[in-house]
Write a protein that binds this ligand. Structure first.
Ligand SMILES: C[S@@+](CC[C@H](N)C(=O)[O-])C[C@H]1O[C@@H](n2cnc3c(N)ncnc32)[C@H](O)[C@@H]1O
Length: 292
């Protein structure tokens, strides 16, 4: 994968998270472009601060070439402004964009988000996408996916952290529910919800002190995630106007993970994949148009 990327890249990371993966990428790119600019993008100020600290502490990247951007990248207007900022900083030099850690799967309109993010890429730019994958879809596998998340206490704490920080609810991690389903012929989907299991109607207070009713048995959606079939990944990439330059796959090493679950890392470039040459004697669409 590294060998597929040339020299001279700058780096824009959508969703820096803990910054561990960005640290490896920054190190690699900086060796090949001592003048690189790094733009970690995240809507969480906390993630941005901690993630950027982690991703840059091992390298000598001067502060003025690290430009943290706190925005919601799901809002198209923010991407328009980000595009202007990136191009002002790097000119025509190539940029590597990334969306790692299966972040794409958290969005209802995952294909739309990928198209909006990859639209920033010019012909000289590249886009690194990491998504969770499954070799097949079935109700049993959806259940296996649920169990993979549900058995982790750390995961329950992670998904309830937004409730903990943004409401005055007393969090009960046993009230976290996981619903698995097959999403058409494209993915296994896991929705994570929080259910009021207190046996009574309650009110929760938001940071601006408004009170919101939370009736008994009612639910709040905490998280959405998916594991994609490879053909769905390819379809999203194609629909976004991108082509695959390189790809790697790793099987989950987690104990008791279902067979066929893994992570795929795709290096994308703008433009369509070249169509393989037609077999001699095979009629193509061009032949039909020519003959009509
Ligand atoms: C699943 S984590 C992935 C982190 C990291 N890239 C990795 O692979 O370990 C997703 C990150 O994206 C950020 N994020 C999610 N949705 C976002 C949005 N709409 N705008 C900006 N940041 C977002 C989260 O705050 C979090 O840091």
């Amino acid at each position: 994968m590294r060998g597929k990327l040339g020299d001279g890249f700058h780096y824009v990371s959508f969703g820096v998270g803990t910054g561990h993966k960005d640290g490896l990428i920054v190190e690699h790119l900086l060796e090949r472009n001592p003048g690189m600019v790094y733009l970690p993008v995240d809507m969480s100020s906390e993630m941005l601060r901690l993630g950027t600290q982690e991703s840059t502490h091992r390298v000598r990247l001067p502060g003025h070439r690290v430009v943290p951007v706190q925005v919601d990248f799901a809002i198209p207007q923010n991407l328009t402004e980000l595009r202007g900022l990136v191009h002002r900083l790097v000119g025509d030099e190539p940029v590597l964009y990334s969306l790692l850690g299966n972040t794409l799967a958290n969005f209802d309109d995952d294909g739309g988000l990928l198209a909006n993010l990859t639209a920033l890429a010019r012909p000289q730019d590249r886009f690194l996408l990491e998504v969770a994958s499954t070799d097949a879809v079935s109700d049993e596998l959806a259940q296996e996916a649920v169990e993979e998340y549900a058995r982790s206490r750390a995961y329950r704490e992670f998904v309830t952290s937004a409730l903990l920080h943004n409401t005055d609810l007393t969090i009960n991690t046993d009230a976290v529910r996981f619903r698995g389903a097959v999403e058409g012929d494209r993915a296994l989907r896991v929705k994570v919800i929080y259910q009021n299991q207190t046996g009574g109607d309650i009110q929760m207070m938001l940071p601006d002190r408004t009170r919101v009713p939370f009736p008994d048995g009612d639910t709040i959606r905490l998280y959405l995630t998916r594991k994609y079939l490879r053909k769905a990944q390819e379809e999203m990439v194609r629909a976004a106007g991108m082509r695959k330059v390189a790809a790697t796959h790793s099987d989950f090493s987690a104990p008791r993970s279902a067979q066929g679950f893994g992570m795929d890392l795709l290096l994308l470039a703008p433009g369509e994949a070249p169509t393989p040459p037609a077999e001699p004697g095979t009629r193509t669409r061009a032949d039909e148009i020519w003959e009509s």
